[in-house]
Design a protein around this ligand. Structure first.
Ligand SMILES: Nc1ncnc2c1ncn2[C@@H]1O[C@H](COP(=O)(O)OP(=O)(O)O)[C@@H](O)[C@H]1O
Ligand SMILES: [Mg+2]
Length: 365
């Protein structure tokens, strides 16, 4: 059973604390993504789990056992880095088998393991090549193969796809997902890319400045962000987040324009409250062109002038001004739009979010 448990885990570099006592329970065979902006402590946390960084405080348990002081080798985990760190003078076969050789395994035991991993990763035809004769995606697969042959209970990935171009990244994402289904290990996967986190993980851990902001399934963190930070970090294009003030059942923006207070917040805020109003592009759309078109329960309609459009084929992103802010909406089944044209928009207020402006915390119940 490879559960991974972080209990008040702290990392200090000298006097500087960069991970502030975080708690996390990773279930056996769960795929967890640690996501957050650069510098928030993702790699440091992963490296403490791997045993590559000493732990400054708290406990790390693997399979229920405290492993704070165990060396990496004794933790039964394998790590895949962003830089593939392959040995250039070795073939794919030798690269993949190297850690087993170091561990003292006999060649006749190593061979079948390497061949099985190669077949899983579609590398069989490449076993006798050197890294310089491989594409970026193939090198990344070899780096994964090197981890798989060790049959670890826990896989740790640190931004493994960051060096690949967009198309290859999408392909490799699918392969990593298939791989997880096949090997059924516990995975902790670090990325700054929320799309990667959303598409891969069972649960997402959103980190910020050395703290965990929220943990939840992709659906939970998307639909019920606990803070303005999570709301703005998850989802693409990002949620419209606009500062406003509550007055008399309305949300009033800086230029005096306003929206009705969404019904779900009617009893939760009173006049004078400074808030940030949040609405996803999916919930702001030209009338008749939204996901919930015709089924809205709390909708505000408003004519707006189209400032910019970004046609994406199946949908068009539509930018316009309201309340002294720029908003982005999503038009499904798009028709061609002209810049500057007036268009009726729906604000689906049943899907709106409200955050306290100062604390950034949700005002949802
Ligand atoms: N060896 C180090 N010495 C001092 N500070 C470090 C060291 N490694 C990382 N940090 C700091 O720790 C914080 C978290 O870094 P890191 O875990 O690499 O972030 P992330 O992987 O989320 O981008 C950053 O502020 C970084 O500057
Ligand atoms: Mg990092």
């Amino acid at each position: 059973m490879a559960t991974v448990t972080l209990e008040k885990l702290v990392k200090r570099y000298g006097a500087l604390e960069v991970v502030h006592g975080i708690d996390l329970e990773v279930a056996n065979r769960e795929f967890i993504a640690l996501v957050g902006p650069s510098g928030c402590g993702k790699s440091t946390t992963l490296r403490m789990i791997a045993g590559l960084e000493p732990i400054s405080g708290g406990n790390l348990k693997i399979g229920g056992r405290i492993v704070n002081d165990l060396p990496p080798r004794a933790r039964n985990l394998a790590m895949v880095f962003q830089s593939y760190a392959l040995y250039p003078h070795m073939t794919v076969r030798e690269n993949m088998g190297f850690s087993l050789k170091i561990a003292g395994m006999k060649p006749e035991e190593i061979s079948p393991r390497v061949e099985e991993a190669a077949s899983t990763l579609d590398l069989t035809a490449l076993l006798d090549r050197r890294p310089s004769q491989l594409s970026g995606g193939q090198r990344q697969r070899v780096a994964m193969g090197r981890a798989i042959v060790r049959d670890p209970e826990v896989f740790l990935f640190d931004e493994p796809l960051s060096n690949l171009d967009a198309k290859l990244r999408t392909q490799m994402r699918t392969e990593i997902k298939k791989l997880h289904a096949k090997v059924q290990s516990t995975v902790i996967y670090v990325t700054h890319d929320q799309v990667e986190a959303m598409t891969l993980a069972d649960r997402i851990v959103i980190m910020r400045d050395g703290y965990i902001e929220q943990v939840g399934s992709p659906e939970e963190v998307f639909q019920r962000p606990n803070s303005k930070f999570v709301a703005g970090f998850i989802g693409s294009p990002p949620m419209n987040l606009k500062d406003a003030e509550i007055a008399d059942g309305r949300i009033v923006f800086a230029n005096g324009e306003s929206l009705p207070l969404p019904k779900q917040f009617a009893d939760r805020v009173s006049a004078g409250r400074k808030v940030t109003f949040g609405l996803r592009p999916d919930d702001l759309y030209p009338t008749g062109h939204g996901i919930h078109s015709g089924h809205e329960t709390d909708v505000h309609t408003q004519d707006l002038r189209v400032s910019i459009t970004e046609p994406l084929g199946n949908e068009t992103l539509v930018f316009s001004e309201f309340g002294g802010h720029e908003w982005v909406g999503r038009m499904l089944n798009p028709r061609p739009l002209k810049m500057g044209e007036m268009l009726g928009f729906c604000f689906d207020l049943s899907q709106a979010h409200l955050f306290d402006r100062d604390s950034g915390k949700t005002l949802r119940g």
